[in-house]
Design a protein around this ligand. Structure first.
Ligand SMILES: C[S@@+](CC[C@H](N)C(=O)[O-])C[C@H]1O[C@@H](n2cnc3c(N)ncnc32)[C@H](O)[C@@H]1O
Length: 284
């Protein structure tokens, strides 16, 4: 992508939505399995055991939502931005043969890779659908749990993504998302860099903006828990961050921020049942 396509600077949205979508599509369309470092950071060895090598080496999330989603046998789960399918494969183990997992991704390459992986492990309770997470091809009130790992940040329409998650959840259903939040704005050179967008940094919201977005979409009992700092060292684990981008980040951010550019957070929330009044924030 050339600099000419990188939007304008007169407001909180520095990039045109189409430029963001193009950057995300181009980057993830070109990404290839690399190594096990991202997966080994977030998943236990017993979780990774038995998964196809390609699934492990293309894990590109920023945490492990399945660890926190409390999935039960028989539940119906949707994974927004399923990528190579790692979380879908793990969710499928937990919901068992009576449950169902649906992975949504807009890239045919990712859908093909994840479908192959499900076939290799013989998981018949997973299906992958090529679609945008801003317009889920699923009926209202049709799933128990929505999970996602490092994906809503990639959308230029995050509240729309949350509203779609809310729509497809059954009343009483729940959300378990891992993503990044920012404590401080990024300098425009980083905020408009396609790699930083694809790497979940530039599209990250503040914790407050994320909370407000969840409430606006209708969710209650919202909790946003910090899982860990995300700094230059973490960025360097991903094929999305070129050496030039890492140099740009080091040169534009003060050294104290190199270890904590963003925070990885676990977002949990519930869709109220009819007549149920949930607190905005989850009670401890
Ligand atoms: C950071 S990767 C995460 C993949 C997977 N969740 C994981 O943990 O490995 C982001 C994935 O979301 C997909 N994606 C990004 N924006 C999307 C959108 N608006 N609709 C559907 N899929 C999207 C990309 O194609 C990519 O596979």
């Amino acid at each position: 992508m050339t600099d000419a396509r990188l939007g304008h600077l007169d407001g909180p949205d520095l990039l045109h939505q189409d430029a963001i979508r193009a950057a995300v599509r181009e980057t993830y369309g070109a990404v290839r399995p690399i190594d096990r470092r991202v997966a080994e950071r977030f998943y236990d060895p017993d979780e990774l055991a038995g998964l196809p090598e390609e699934t492990v080496t293309i894990a590109l999330g920023v945490g492990n939502p399945i660890r926190y989603a409390e999935l039960a046998p028989g539940e119906r789960v949707v994974d927004l931005g399923s990528g190579g399918g790692i979380d879908c494969l793990l969710a499928a183990r937990r919901v068992g043969p009576t449950g169902q997992v649906i992975g949504i991704d807009f890239l045919p390459e990712m859908i093909a890779r994840a479908t192959r992986a499900a076939a290799v492990v013989g998981a018949r309770n997973i299906r992958f659908i090529q679609a945008e997470i801003e317009a889920l091809p699923l009926p209202d009130d049709s799933v128990d749990v929505v999970v996602s790992n490092g994906v809503p940040n990639l959308s230029p329409r995050k509240v729309r993504v949350l509203a779609e998650a809310f729509r497809v959840l059954r009343p009483g259903g729940r959300l378990a998302i891992v993503d990044l939040v920012l404590e401080h704005d990024l300098p425009p050179e980083i905020a408009t860099h396609p790699g930083a967008w694809a790497g979940c940094l530039s599209g990250a919201l503040s914790e407050l903006a994320l909370y407000k977005g969840l409430r606006r979409a209708g969710f209650g009992a919202v909790s946003i828990d910090r899982l860990g700092a995300f700094g230059v060292e973490e960025c360097a684990l991903y094929p999305l961050f070129s050496d030039d981008l890492l140099d740009l980040i080091r040169s534009r951010l003060s050294p104290e921020r190199h270890g904590r550019i963003a925070q990885s957070v676990l977002v949990r929330a519930r869709k109220p049942r009819p007549g149920e009044s949930l607190p905005g924030r989850a009670r401890d």
